[in-house]
Write a protein that binds this ligand. Structure first.
Ligand code: TYM
Length: 332
């Protein structure tokens, strides 16, 4: 059976990039895979998180998963900290992965910025915890946005080195699943940067919780160029903002970028932006309504997380035991 593992950090507002690049694809994968979806709270604290906010973000992300269509009964939904085996396997991987590998991780460089000496040790070792997340369940496929590709390659290298060092064929090499046009949703104010939770300008992203007015305003203010929209893909060359907005439309409408070019080619941005805003509102509103309903009483979300953690612990335990045997730990 092919098994999926994927996660989202509860570090702030979920945005359209998280939805189109990850969560929406997960919903579809539920029919063909056994899925494990995780709110990676241990990853979140690699950067400072205010505890009260972290608590509500964990529940918000879990509610967003369920509201978007993840079924926590058929599949597993849990928060990472409740399955200690993630931390245990991550430690073993700290001893398998090499400093040189981690030094090449672009996410660490971006997040640590110039003040590397002051970054947490956890931020540096972050990719090893991510490898542990995936390999603890011997997941075969990992649906993510484009920005996680490098981490996935590291997880494969770590699995391969572990297998090689210990002379076993134990961990599968997990395959990334990266989907189409919305795998990299860009910043609304600068089409060359990715949409992210950490950008200081809220106008740079559409949050999953933005109301219809906020969505329309942000799309109206989104950066454009003076030309009308192109009718072909080739016409998007050198036009990052047009490519991004048309890509978002394609993602939301489930069309190819080609189809969006054919539909809007020659039209001015002003027309297109109105249609894009209406579409975004129509896709996000039902999810937001369901999130609000779920968060009004956190009992149901907590129950889903608790149940998911129990099932995740049960799946992880025998795999971790085997790892301990392979490594040579005594289990008296
Ligand atoms: P995180 O929390 O930054 O993002 C969650 C998911 O959203 C995708 N994503 C985007 N996709 C398209 N365009 C964007 N602008 C955009 N921004 C974010 C991410 O690619 C991701 O799929 N390290 C991971 C969390 C993680 C994980 C894992 C993922 C921890 N353990 C194991 C997979 C498997 C992260 O920081 O994602």
């Amino acid at each position: 059976m092919n098994r999926i593992f994927s996660g989202v950090q509860p570090t702030g507002n979920l945005h359209l990039g998280n939805y189109l690049g990850a969560i929406r694809n997960w919903v579809r994968l539920q029919t063909d895979y056994e899925c494990i979806f995780c709110v990676v709270d241990m990853h979140a604290i690699t950067m400072w998180q205010e505890p009260t906010q972290l608590r509500s973000h964990i529940r918000e992300v879990a509610a967003a998963f369920i509201a978007a269509g993840i079924d926590p009964n058929k599949h597993i939904l849990f928060n990472q900290s409740q399955v200690p085996a993630h931390a245990e396997l991550a430690w073993i991987f700290n001893c398998v992965a090499r400093m040189g590998w981690l030094n090449r991780m672009t996410q660490f460089k971006e997040k640590a910025g110039k003040d590397r000496e002051n970054a947490s040790v956890g931020l540096f070792a972050y990719p090893n915890l991510m490898s542990a997340d995936i390999l603890l369940y011997k997941a075969t496929h990992v649906p993510v946005g484009e920005d996680q590709k490098q981490h996935l390659e590291l997880a494969r290298d770590t699995a391969q080195k572990f297998n090689g060092d210990y002379g076993v064929d134990f961990f599968p090499l997990p395959e990334p699943l990266i989907f189409g046009t919305a795998a990299r949703v860009m910043n609304l104010r600068d089409g060359t940067k990715k949409m992210s939770k950490s950008d200081p300008s809220d106008y740079s992203r559409i949050n999953m919780t933005d109301d219809a007015d906020a969505i329309a305003l942000k799309i109206r203010k989104a950066k454009t160029d003076p030309e009308p929209l192109p009718a072909t893909l080739a016409g998007l060359e050198g036009r990052p903002e047009a490519a991004n907005l048309m890509g978002i439309y394609a993602g939301l409408a489930d069309l190819t970028l080609d189809q969006v070019c054919a539909r809007f080619g020659g039209r001015p941005f002003s027309d297109f932006k109105k249609e894009l805003a209406d579409l975004a509102v129509s896709v996000l509103t039902p999810i937001q309504d369901e999130m609000r309903r779920l968060l009004a009483d956190t009992g149901a979300v907590d129950a889903a997380l608790r149940d998911g953690a129990g099932r995740a612990r049960a799946l992880a335990a025998p795999i971790l035991r085997e790892v301990q045997d392979i490594v040579g730990f005594v289990r008296p």
